[in-house]
Design a protein around this ligand. Structure first.
Ligand code: G6P
Length: 613
């Protein structure tokens, strides 16, 4: 949800800004812009559409300067247009600002500034920041322009309300960039004689893996020589740089047409990396002195989108293996419903980015209710990891495609691992039961690698159905959330209408939408519910559906007798089967969207991290 990049060093900042914006494009892609300090003034280039459009415009205009800011936008205040694109400026055009988040009090601030004579060019909330800095500058005196600008930014941040991160620059002080973080992500990359400011690490990972994670309320002053961080009181604070282990290659397409396809193929590695630390991490988490998770009796899982579907699967795991009562809430609903306070309650927040505003809001509520909090998250130092008492990291590396794939399967296995470790710690699982479940879990990355071989078959069968305008996905038990996820994946990237249902539920209504040729994708691995799924296939077929069965070798023959096409995935244990089944649906969504010529990695209207409510 909007991406910010800043560069300061000895080279021309423009290529760094454009390259960084391309890496941040997953955060928003309706317009983009850059501004550089060039010979005592600001040179700004902005364009509607993707960063590629901005790149063309920048090539023509050729701005040049060693200090610059860039932005890729996902519109909140004001439609995508040149005027509303960032960077925004003050009246003089010398102060520029790029911003991610929402300034909640921008209207009263705008009124006040307009009354003081400030002229606004856009409908955005961001523009108030530039004018407010300009206003504050007039009333501040200091030994140098650099210090004056810093003090004006500090005063401005004090007056802003909401969740935001912004970068600011002044033509008069081209030797510094200032960044401010308050509940929206902002990280600093420390290079050699050059430094970066960005919403996310991949934006500068090619140049440095030395990162400063800022805390909320902190302001950073970047110069070519280094970065100084200040607290809200204006006092300098020492922040230790963290070395990021992400490989630059994981943030690149590596020969695949799309990040989504590459990330589907990343899954065996992502799962293996996540499991590598699982035992040590969960033993640490479960033994925390102050937060003895072994006593937990109730669990609330909160999440959004794909992570919500992982949480739904996690509920089965927690109830079955850990013997605790678990409920799952969409984070945006959890915030506003009445939750009775309860002892020994744990809230598990599942999020790839760790910056989804709804999930952060749900965790805040869980804290107010006195619940313990555990994050399952993929991004080091993200807001969620700070808001929760404990964190278990999925180690997927950066996930760039808006449609989540490898984060989903990593979240599922994290919840599985949590549930079995919890079950063992609480005595709900015997040593023998635990060992079997653990062994099955550890064998999963290999089974995932085998499952990837189905791509060709899935690709082939999408030829028959990709033009359908309605798709139905059916599953039962742990495969019910997989059906929901299959439908979401397809909707997100193909824009076709798709719905997922619990197979037993179709007769209570949804079956009415099935018509001649409607593709119905039925998740039916061979297990104790297989016969029920055979009946579901028959019910759909009787209404003219084109039934695609996702089954395992053991169920192939019977499935073939009730379906039009079959996708055969390897057989896993019942509770791990969703991880293999969902891969078929990831490929399915990918190939339908590809045949329809959709923008797979950056589907319309969506953003990967939704940092607004
Ligand atoms: C957005 C994305 C989804 C994602 C959801 C939750 O809506 O488009 O793909 O599943 O946010 O994101 P999170 O980072 O919290 O997992």
């Amino acid at each position: 949800m909007c991406g910010i990049i800043g560069y300061i060093g000895s080279k021309n900042s423009v290529p760094f800004l454009i390259e960084g914006l391309k890496k941040l494009e997953y955060r928003g892609y309706d317009s983009a812009g850059i501004a550089v300090a060039e010979d005592g003034h600001i040179h700004r280039v902005r364009s509607v559409g993707k960063v590629a459009e901005l790149e063309k415009a920048a090539l023509l205009e050729a701005p040049r300067g060693n200090c610059g800011l860039g932005h890729t936008r996902w519109a909140t205040h004001g439609k995508p247009s040149q005027e509303n694109s960032h960077p925004h400026t003050d009246c003089s055009g010398d102060i520029v600002v790029v911003h991610n988040g929402i300034i909640e009090n921008y209207l009263p601030l705008k009124d006040k500034l307009q009354a003081l004579g400030h002229k606004f060019q856009s409908e955005t909330d961001t523009e108030v920041i530039a004018h407010l800095i300009e206003e504050n500058l007039q009333h501040i005196s200091a030994a140098s322009d650099e210090e004056r600008f810093f003090l004006a930014v500090m005063k401005t941040s004090d007056e802003l309300q909401g969740a935001f991160a912004y970068g600011a620059m002044w033509a008069k002080t081209p030797g510094q960039i200032i960044g401010v973080k308050n509940q929206s992500p902002l990280v600093v990359g420390l290079g050699e004689g050059e430094n970066f400011l960005a919403s996310d690490v991949p934006a500068f990972l090619k140049y440095t893996s030395k990162v400063l994670f800022l805390e909320d309320g902190q302001t950073v002053v970047l110069t070519p020589q280094g970065a100084k961080v200040y607290g809200m009181d204006g006092q300098e604070v020492k922040v230790k740089p963290v070395k990021i282990s992400w490989d630059q290659k994981t943030a690149e397409k590596g020969g695949y047409d799309h990040f989504m396809l590459k990330e589907i193929y990343d899954q065996p590695q992502a799962l293996e990396d996540t499991l590598r630390t699982a035992e040590a991490d969960f033993i640490r988490i479960l033994n925390l002195k102050t937060e003895d998770l072994r006593r937990i009796k109730n669990v609330y899982l909160v999440a959004c989108g794909t992570a919500y579907h992982a949480a739904l699967i996690g509920k089965y795991y927690l109830e079955n293996f850990a013997g605790v009562t678990a409920s799952v809430d969409l984070a945006s609903e959890f915030k506003y419903r009445t939750i009775p306070p309860a002892k020994d309650t744990l809230c598990i927040a599942v999020s790839q980015s760790g910056e989804t505003a709804d999930t952060l809001g749900a965790v805040k509520k869980a804290k107010e209710l006195g619940f313990k909090r555990l994050a399952i998250c993929n991004v080091l130092g993200s807001g969620l990891t700070r808001a929760c008492g404990s964190v278990f990291y999925t180690h997927c590396g950066p996930e760039i495609s808006v449609a989540s794939t490898k984060a989903f399967t990593s979240q599922i296995i994290s919840l599985y691992a949590l549930a079995i470790f919890l079950g063992q710690a609480s005595g709900n699982l015997s040593r023998g039961q635990f060992n079997t479940l653990y062994k099955e879990l550890m064998a999963l990355p290999k089974a995932v690698a085998d499952t990837l071989k189905i791509e060709y078959d899935v690709r082939h069968l999408t030829k028959k159905v990709y033009k359908a305008n309605r798709f139905i996905f059916l599953g039962r038990n742990v495969d019910y959330p997989v059906a929901l996820e299959g439908a979401l994946k397809l909707k997100e990237i193909s824009y076709s209408s798709a719905e997922g249902f619990a197979a037993g539920e179709i007769k209570h209504g949804p079956i009415s939408v099935i018509d001649k040729g409607t593709p119905v994708i039925v998740l039916m691995p061979k297990n104790h519910l297989f016969d029920k799924m055979l009946s579901a296939c028959q019910e759909c077929r009787a209404r003219g559906a084109f039934v695609i069965a996702v089954t395992t070798p053991q169920g192939q023959e019977e499935a073939a007798s009730v379906s039009d096409k079959q996708i055969i995935v390897p057989q896993a244990s019942e509770y791990l089967q969703p991880v293999l089944d969902v891969i078929s649906l990831q490929f399915f969504a990918y190939w339908v969207a590809k045949r329809l010529g959709r923008d797979i990695d950056q589907p319309r209207n969506l953003a990967k991290s939704v940092t607004v409510e």
